[in-house]
Design a protein around this ligand. Structure first.
Ligand code: SF4
Length: 154
């Protein structure tokens, strides 16, 4: 069993109430090979909600208490994000999940690249808070951009 970011499985849980459906990921869910989870919703964030970015760092820094996650208006949502990450980790532990497919760019799910904290739609290298936490646990991470490389293994 693998877990996938819920929005790429078609769940309308993004900040603006939309999804980023990827038909091949939805197929994995339909075949009961994957479970969709949204860490931000697990942390109590609502839909729709203000978009957030990691300020002055990346997911690793947030886990280490050196950076925070804020919305455009400066509201700090770090605790909600960390709570959602904690719930996500508990769930995959219960399900004995060793592999995930995450949505790129997100301050939570993003793996490899994330928005840079300026709210100008600019990216930088780094991982979101969930991706950083999963990496620390040794979970294998793919994204919607490269999971087809291993699709046959699911
Ligand atoms: Fe939820 Fe992650 Fe998708 Fe954002 S990228 S909507 S946190 S599943």
């Amino acid at each position: 069993m693998i877990v996938v970011s819920a929005c790429i499985a078609g769940v309308a849980c993004r900040y603006d109430g939309t999804s980023k459906l990827n038909e091949n990921i939805l197929k994995l869910v339909a075949q009961r090979k994957a479970i969709p989870l949204c860490p931000e919703m697990l942390g109590g964030r609502k839909v729709p909600r203000e978009p957030v970015e990691i300020i002055n760092g990346d997911g690793e820094d947030v886990l280490d208490g050196k950076a925070c996650v804020k919305d455009k208006n400066g509201n700090d949502v770090t605790q909600e994000i960390l709570e959602g990450v904690k719930e996500f980790l508990l769930t995959i532990e219960r399900l004995n999940v060793k592999m995930v497919i995450l949505k790129t760019k997100s301050p939570t799910c993003g793996y490899g690249k994330i928005f840079n904290g300026t709210f100008k739609n600019e990216l930088k290298q780094g991982n979101g808070v969930l991706a950083a936490a999963l990496k620390r646990k040794g979970i294998k991470i793919y994204t919607e951009e490269n999971f087809m490389e291993v699709y046959d293994k699911f």
